[in-house]
Design a protein around this ligand. Structure first.
Ligand code: B12
Ligand code: SF4
Length: 509
């Protein structure tokens, strides 16, 4: 049986105050690239916006309040089934990176099985591989335990040849028991230039343009944008991040937590592809974009030289703003900041995370050393150079004391006084697949039957923490209002109320 694959980015489920940002998740695009390279027929479905045949009113603008309090955004279940059925697919791949979206990923799996029990349903992504038991019990046949370019091709080929589907680097069930099929040496890619190009051409850009031209949400009018990654992995291993477990369980993950970079020429080839598709703005989604400075400088200079805008970064580590000064003493690298500003970075979120060096060392690999980097000075310099730098802080780690939390709130205040437009206070979430998750389960901060719908940044997810969850929430709300400029607080609260759900029938479970 010739394989025909559909790769699905599921509908979203978000809190009423959250902004959806449809942007073509890169995972399915790399997988589609690998399948095409192997001559296997493949389509990509971004179920948050639908196909060009779908009206946005029935997809992205179709916002349904569910009984879990979250808003479902995207194609209806019936329409997803129709696309799977009409396409004659025998493999459906589901991308699941976000734990709060688990229900949406499993819905797609169930719909595929509802079309035909014979459809092979495969799931992958940071979240799917951290919760294999739930995915396998929820209609998924195979979970991908690592990067999936080789695995999806091998699965499709084995299906065609009628062979068993126990591919190395996957997780399946045998007589009700979850079984891991170990990776072999060389199963994961170390030279990223060997990766297929993401198939951006398969994205429903017309749908994204429709959202942008309606001035909706975070997409800017008439400015086509797309995501790009110049690297994978990260030099650090923060306990609240999937990278920590990928590094701890190197054999199981295939070492994918380690920082690997593409060559500058490969990145520029990708940028050319995007330009040809009419993309004007590029979102760099690397986990640690600024790690190799000379490489980054070259990339940014070339990208802006091509008339492309650089929109944002996903992962910045503040230590990369340091350089060796006289006598080896670390000092802020002003030229680097200037280069980023001239390349178009008018805003960079500064992940300061905590004022407590103990917390930073214990949970964030000491990725920021307050003795070496004066973050208040960094904010002042960035603002002078023309970079707006909102600050992220995290409060409420399991053993964090109230004094430590208050010191972070106080530092947030000083950073806002120094020119940061605002400071967000996030409560750490023990996402499955992170060391913090393991700690939370092991030490009883989280029940093993935890509800994935409750994994959001509004309310503390962990219980029995040194500072109680109720007190953390109180400190977060008070701290946020207290340290941020009054005008900012007023606007945010207004936006929250504006976005809050006003009509629609809750789904009956
Ligand atoms: C880009 C990105 C974003 C983007 C866009 C996300 C999108 N639309 O997909 C933006 C900026 C919008 C974003 C927002 C947020 N993000 Co984010 N984001 C990422 C990031 C850095 C990269 C994702 C990506 O594109 N990777 C590149 C592709 C190539 O990798 P991939 O998707 O994993 O796919 C590969 C494999 O996993 C596998 N695979 C994946 N799917 C499938 C399917 C099949 C069938 C197979 C076989 C294999 C397979 O093969 C692929 C190719 O190798 C990840 C971290 C990471 N490195 O994954 C965090 C990450 C997904 N984000 C995270 C978080 C927490 C958030 C926010 C909540 C942050 C915030 N406070 O607001 C929001 C929530 C947004 C939402 N809608 O819910 C967490 C999620 C943790 C969790 N378990 O829930 C992550 C894991 C980061 C972290 N440090 O922990 N994010
Ligand atoms: S610096 Fe960011 S990407 Fe790297 S391990 Fe820490 S949280 Fe993860």
């Amino acid at each position: 049986m010739e394989p025909k694959v559909l790769l699905v980015y599921p509908p979203n489920q978000l809190m009423p105050v959250e902004l959806p940002r449809p942007d073509g998740s890169l995972g399915p695009l790399y997988l589609a690239g690998a399948l095409e390279r192997a001559g296997i027929e493949v389509d990509v479905l971004d179920a948050s916006v639908g196909t060009p045949d779908d009206s946005l009113e029935t997809t992205f603008n179709n916002r349904v309040l569910q009984s879990n309090g979250l808003i479902r955004i995207g194609m209806t279940a019936e329409r997803i089934s129709e696309v799977i059925s009409n396409g004659g697919y025998n493999v459906v791949g589901v991308n699941s990176n976000f734990t709060p979206q688990t229900k949406m990923a499993l819905e797609v799996a169930r719909l595929a099985k509802g079309v035909s029990e014979d459809i092979l349903v495969v799931a992958g992504g940071v979240n799917a591989r951290a919760l294999p038991g739930r995915f396998l019990a929820g209609g998924v046949d195979v979970v991908c335990a690592t990067e999936g370019e080789r695995i999806i091709v091998e699965l499709a080929r084995r299906l065609e040849e009628g062979r068993n589907l126990e591919v190395s680097g996957t997780i399946t069930t045998k007589r009700g028991i979850v079984v891991r099929h170990p990776l072999r040496a060389g199963d994961t890619v170390t030279n990223l230039d060997e990766l297929p190009f993401p198939t951006w051409q398969k994205l429903p850009f017309e749908q994204y343009d429709g959202i942008a031209s309606a001035g909706r949400d975070s997409l800017k009018q008439n400015e086509r944008s797309a995501s790009l990654m110049t690297s994978r992995g990260c030099p650090f291993r923060c306990a609240y991040c999937h990278i920590s477990m990928e590094k701890q369980n190197e054999k199981e993950s295939g070492g994918i937590g380690a920082l690997r970079t593409k060559s500058v020429s490969r990145v520029m080839e990708e940028v050319k592809c995007l330009k040809a598709l009419g993309v004007k703005k590029i979102y760099f989604e690397d986990d640690s974009l600024l790690a190799h400075k000379s490489r980054v400088k070259e990339i940014f200079t070339k990208v802006t030289g091509m008339g492309m805008k650089i929109a944002d970064v996903n992962g910045v580590n503040l230590t990369h703003f340091l350089k060796g000064g006289p006598g080896g003493k670390p000092m802020i690298d002003v030229e680097y900041l200037e280069l980023l500003a001239s390349a178009g970075f008018d805003q960079i979120v500064f992940p300061v995370e905590s004022a407590s060096q103990r917390i930073l060392n214990k949970y964030a690999t000491g990725k920021l050393n307050h003795a070496k980097l004066d973050v208040v000075e960094l904010v002042k310099l960035a603002v002078r150079i023309g970079i707006t730098c909102p600050v992220n802080m995290m409060i409420g780690f399991p053993d964090e004391t109230e004094e430590e939390i208050l010191s972070s709130i106080e530092l947030g205040r000083r950073l806002v006084d120094a020119g940061a437009p605002y400071c967000s206070l996030y409560v750490p979430i023990p996402f499955p697949g992170s060391q913090l998750h393991e700690i939370a389960l092991h030490d009883g901060y989280l029940a093993s039957n935890f509800d994935t719908d409750a994994f959001n940044w509004r309310k503390p997810t962990m219980r029995d923490t040194t500072v109680s969850p109720e007190r953390i929430e109180e400190l977060q709300q008070w701290g946020w209002r207290d340290i941020n400029p009054k005008e900012y607080v007023r606007k945010r609260l207004e936006m929250d109320i504006g976005r809050r759900w006003k009509s629609g029938e809750p789904e009956v479970a």
